[in-house]
Design a protein around this ligand. Structure first.
Ligand SMILES: C[S@@+](CC[C@H](N)C(=O)[O-])C[C@H]1O[C@@H](n2cnc3c(N)ncnc32)[C@H](O)[C@@H]1O
Length: 268
């Protein structure tokens, strides 16, 4: 496997935060989402589990007409929530790529629990070096809140373009930031500006089909949920305080017009 430079940093980061984020993402009855993202918060969204559901539904819509004949790829699949639910719902064949072996193990065991493992394949590797996949082999691909970690996004977009079939769809959603000097905590984060983000995929030849700026449905709502959750559950340790500070920073930047969360549907 080709490793990117910040693998160790990413590994340590997820080792530290993963259990807390999983706990935070559980529904009120304790059902786990197996998702590690910020979610998309509508006005009636009550918790992070539901916000992640909103996000997953929007992403699934943007993948278009996919069915049991479709071959797909999730890049940076994390602990498998979106991938497993997508396969359960759409019956697609799905490959999942992540840098961290423990995330792939957790994804595979969730796939097994949900009886969809035979339609899935889990591969350790970096998004920036996908030589394990042939040219023009996927009908669709998606990447949710993972590309902010990638040190060479230009290479990543070239690779995605290469492995998609002509006409194939790529959905990407991630954090953008107009002034990275104002980010207080930088572990493994390489946020592009909004303009840089679209230059990467315009540069390799993708056509933009749909765009959504969703920062207004992410940062402020998530911050207030996390603060409430920590208070209600007596969480006052270093990790939970860290998240309050990180999300306060992000909310402040969003409110100042310096941060967003952007989602694109692209076509090769
Ligand atoms: C914030 S999590 C999001 C996971 C999942 N997409 C979700 O929405 O729950 C980011 C994931 O990207 C993975 N990742 C980071 N850098 C990567 C890279 N260069 N190639 C593949 N995966 C990477 C991390 O290991 C982690 O599982």
């Amino acid at each position: 496997m080709s490793k990117n430079l910040n693998t160790e940093e990413i590994h340590e980061f997820y080792l530290w935060i993963r259990d807390y984020w999983s706990e935070l993402s559980a529904d009120d009855d304790g059902t786990l989402s197996h998702v590690l993202n910020f979610g998309v918060w509508e006005s009636d969204t009550v918790n992070l589990f539901r916000a992640q559901e909103v996000f997953r539904k929007k992403m699934t819509d943007w993948l278009g007409n996919i069915d049991s004949e479709s071959q797909g790829l999730e890049i940076g699949c994390g602990i498998g929530g979106f991938a497993v639910q997508l396969v359960a719902e759409k019956k697609v064949q799905l490959r999942c790529l992540d840098l961290l072996p423990e995330h792939l193990e957790l994804s595979a065991s969730y796939a097994e629990e949900m009886n969809v493992k035979e339609k899935m394949n889990f591969q350790e590797g970096s998004s920036m070096h996908m030589s394990l996949f042939d040219d023009n082999c996927f009908d669709f691909a998606y990447c949710i809140e993972s590309s902010f970690h990638y040190t060479d996004k230009e290479q990543f977009f070239k690779e995605i373009y290469r492995i998609l079939k002509p006409g194939g769809i790529f959905v990407i959603a991630d954090i953008t930031c107009e002034d990275n000097r104002k980010i207080t905590f930088k572990q493994g984060n390489f946020f592009p500006s909004s303009a840089e983000f679209s230059q990467y995929f315009d540069g390799v030849g993708f056509t933009q089909k749909q765009y959504s700026s969703i920062g207004g449905k992410v940062y402020n709502q998530l911050l207030s949920f996390v603060k409430q959750y920590n208070q209600k559950n007596g969480k006052r340790d270093k990790l939970t305080k860290y998240w309050e500070r990180v999300l306060t920073n992000y909310s402040d930047l969003y409110n100042a017009g310096l941060m967003d969360y952007e989602m694109y549907q692209l076509q090769k």
